[in-house]
Design a protein around this ligand. Structure first.
Ligand SMILES: NC(=O)c1ccc[n+]([C@@H]2O[C@H](COP(=O)([O-])OP(=O)(O)OC[C@H]3O[C@@H](n4cnc5c(N)ncnc54)[C@H](O)[C@@H]3O)[C@@H](O)[C@H]2O)c1
Length: 269
């Protein structure tokens, strides 16, 4: 199987789809195989065709990436569905939008996959959740998997009922980690470390720890214990995070709020 679709047609190319495309181009996708539909008409990358309106037809065997905002699905589907053929493939990164909703809007398309990437895909270090149903052909599922692979980790989710949960964890996750980096730096500053120095040290600490956790055979919990010398400083700090499952509860509340918003968006709210 070839790595790249015959043609990639992106509907919207903002923060997220832009990162995916950037990584694909870096990994060898021929820009001549890419068309981007974006209202601004702003150039995307050398060789990539940009359109401000829908073409008369989609290239044969096109893979369409739905990369606009979820609330735009009605307008987009109205214009796009008539252009889709049986061999059109759809990959949707729309948060909250259920496969059944996409199936209802694109009845003639057999292969539809939901994908939930996160921003580090641009570096090839992202995490993307994937879901489809049995109507999608196995070859299409494999082709989408192959397309997502250069973006980092790809995880198929067996039950769509979990899709908002994985979106909360990995799709939204970078924002939560960025907040943690800031909070760590600000806490250091509150304890008297100069702000710029605290910011550099917080970032390097998170970066180094994440790389170490990714490479280590030990679990993050075991690694935390290796930092914490018995009777030492780290254990006192961990005791604060662990008391009454403080950090754990905070993260459950955080993921729950994000998940609930995904469910509301799925209801069109
Ligand atoms: N930002 C993330 O981290 C992230 C992660 C996973 C999934 N997503 C999903 O990606 C999608 C886009 O989010 P984003 O953060 O990139 O937003 P964004 O605002 O950066 O990008 C949206 C893009 O859609 C374009 N657009 C607007 N109206 C359009 C129309 N009618 N037709 C075609 N294109 C149109 C805009 O020009 C813009 O480039 C959303 O559905 C979101 O749920 C985002």
């Amino acid at each position: 199987m070839t790595l790249w679709p015959d043609h990639l047609f992106l509907v919207g190319c903002g923060n997220m789809a832009g990162q995916m495309l950037s990584r694909w181009l870096t990994c060898g996708l021929d820009p001549a195989r890419v068309t981007v539909l974006r209202p601004s008409g702003k150039a995307v990358a050398d060789g990539v065709t940009v359109m401000t309106d829908y073409p008369a037809a989609l290239p044969a065997g096109a893979t369409v990436l739905l990369g606009m905002k979820p609330y735009q699905i009605s307008d987009v589907a109205e214009a796009l569905a008539p252009l889709c053929a049986a061999d059109t493939r759809i990959v949707s990164i729309l948060a909250g939008t259920l496969l059944a909703d996409l199936r209802a809007r694109f009845p003639q398309v057999r292969d539809i996959v939901r994908a939930m990437p996160n921003l580090p895909v641009g570096l090839g270090e992202g995490a993307t959740a994937l879901f489809t149903d049995s109507r999608t052909a196995p070859q299409a599922r494999e082709a989408v998997d192959t397309l997502i692979c250069p973006l980092g980790l790809a995880e198929w989710v067996a039950d769509e009922a979990l899709f908002n949960q994985v979106t909360a964890l990995s799709g939204c996750g970078p924002a939560f980690v960025f907040r943690f980096i800031d909070a760590l730096a600000q806490a250091g500053e509150a304890l008297g470390i100069p702000a710029d120095q605290a910011a550099r040290m917080a970032l390097a600490t998170v970066q180094g720890s994440a790389t170490m956790a990714a490479r280590a055979g030990d679990s993050p919990g075991q690694l935390a214990d290796r930092v914490a010398s018995p009777g030492g400083m780290t254990r006192e700090g961990l005791n604060v995070l662990d008391a009454d499952d403080r950090l754990f509860r905070l993260l459950i509340d955080t993921l729950t709020a994000a998940r609930d918003r995904g469910e509301a968006m799925g209801r069109g709210e």
